[in-house]
Design a protein around this ligand. Structure first.
Ligand SMILES: Cc1cc2nc3c(=O)[nH]c(=O)nc-3n(C[C@H](O)[C@H](O)[C@H](O)COP(=O)(O)OP(=O)(O)OC[C@H]3O[C@@H](n4cnc5c(N)ncnc54)[C@H](O)[C@@H]3O)c2cc1C
Length: 394
């Protein structure tokens, strides 16, 4: 009997999980037929069918990337792998993970992988949902921000982020917001209106006076550093400080801290202190059999405090989840855990930084790339093109 595997979500974690679960991640023609003749698993993916390459969203600011260019209809990719696709939304997980409930049906499984991505703590600062835009809400939200920006000839723009650190690591999007602030500076200069704008970078999670390469890059661009600042409320036309002072802002680009989507808190899944799905070092959901999770919805066991939620971490975790699911389905003990690594190219359009930290001190790509060079922008674009080509055609 084939084992029934359900994968929830079709983002980075789920697609990496699938590629590591299958023996041949890339599907030449022969493998296409082989998987139809023989496969150990009957795999179902439940999701919306649209993969979004989020790391490219900040580049909407320079008009180098578009919604269409970074979105892939994932159905053909799954069809080539003989994976069943269910276009639906999961609303509950029951029976220790064996039953998955969607808006339209109920699905049983022998093993479950959860890759449902993040929920943003929008209620943390009142008014964030109504009076700020966020690149993390996806291409449409970023397009709406750009439309407003296009109509401004002068003004004050605040770019900020807040992190959820309650699980001992960085659940939020700091690097992306630095990138947005620098790209804004570049785009406004290109329009010849930079002098008419004030750009502020704020975050309650950066200590006032903090120094380093990112701070230097922001300073070089004349970006006002509001390190340590947290608004009490976002309101029409600006923000209100904790002492009641009104700060005018024509546009706010803000991203709150991350947890797992709220509906998971009402299921049989364990919840961590910080609101993530509670996962161990083997990517197993704690206390449940044959249930694995990776990506932005899950916490870590004993993480270093600097590790962020990233597509890159989603990949490392998904790989260990796939190996461990294969082992446990054969009755073996899981033995694959993952390393912690922060690896991200911060694109400023006229310059770039490779931000990197690893739990085993391994450098990225054997140190063949520089850490500070505008040439890194081509490297970042290269990764993106390769991955999107893989999803669209292989
Ligand atoms: C602006 C921005 C820039 C970024 N830049 C970088 C970068 O440079 N480098 C990097 O490594 N990372 C970057 N990241 C982070 C990276 O995109 C995330 O860490 C990554 O997307 C996490 O993968 P995931 O699979 O957990 O979540 P996602 O990619 O968000 O996928 C979640 C999937 O689950 C589906 N889903 C959600 N709820 C349900 C449900 N109830 N039922 C069924 N399906 C559901 C969604 O539709 C989606 O398909 C960036 C993120 C943003 C927003």
């Amino acid at each position: 009997m084939k084992k029934k595997i359900i994968i929830i979500g079709n983002g980075f974690a789920s697609l990496f999980f699938l590629s590591y679960l299958l023996v041949l991640p890339v599907y030449p023609l022969v493998a296409f037929f082989l998987r139809r003749l023989y496969s150990r698993y009957e795999i179902t993916v439940i999701g919306n069918g649209n993969f979004v390459y989020f790391p490219a969203i900040p580049e909407f600011i320079t008009r180098k990337k578009t919604r269409q260019g970074i979105t892939v209809d994932i159905r053909r990719y799954l069809w080539r792998r003989n994976v069943r696709f269910v276009d639906d939304q999961v609303v509950d997980i029951r029976d220790g993970g064996r039953t998955v409930v969607t808006t339209n049906g109920t699905y049983r499984n022998d093993a479950l992988f959860i890759g449902i991505g993040p929920a943003f703590m929008t209620d943390d600062i009142p008014g964030a949902g109504e009076h700020s835009f966020s690149p993390c809400a996806g291409p449409d939200a970023m397009n709406a921000f750009m439309e407003r920006l296009d109509h401004l000839q002068r003004g004050v723009i605040y770019v900020g982020f807040k992190l959820n650190k309650r699980d001992g690591f960085v659940a939020g999007r700091g690097g992306q917001m630095y990138e947005c602030a620098c790209l804004l500076d570049y785009a406004l200069k290109k329009r010849g209106v930079r002098e008419q704008f004030e750009i502020h970078l704020f975050s309650p999670d950066i200590k006032p006076g903090e120094a380093g390469m990112i701070t230097d890059s922001l300073r070089e661009r004349g970006i006002v550093l509001d390190y340590g600042y947290e608004p009490a409320e976002f309101v029409e036309g600006g923000m209100v400080d904790k002492d009641g002072t009104f700060r005018p802002a024509d546009l706010v680009l803000f991203t709150p801290g991350i947890t797992a989507p709220g509906w998971t808190h009402k299921t049989c899944l364990p919840v961590s202190v910080g609101g993530h799905i509670d996962v161990d070092k083997y990517s197993r959901v704690k206390g449940l059999e044959q249930v694995f999770a990776a990506g932005d919805c899950g916490n870590h066991e004993d993480p270093p405090p600097w590790v962020p939620h990233q597509a890159h971490m989603a990949q490392l975790r998904a790989e260990s989840a796939a190996k461990n699911m294969r082992a446990t389905l054969k009755g073996q003990a899981p033995d694959s855990n993952y390393r912690f690594e922060l690896s991200c190219i911060l694109n400023m359009e006229n310059d770039a930084l490779w931000l990197h930290a690893a739990s085993d001190d391994k450098p990225p790509f054997w140190n063949i790339f520089p850490r500070h060079s505008s040439r890194l922008i081509s490297v970042k674009n290269g990764f993106e093109r390769l991955y999107l080509f893989y999803l669209r055609h292989l």
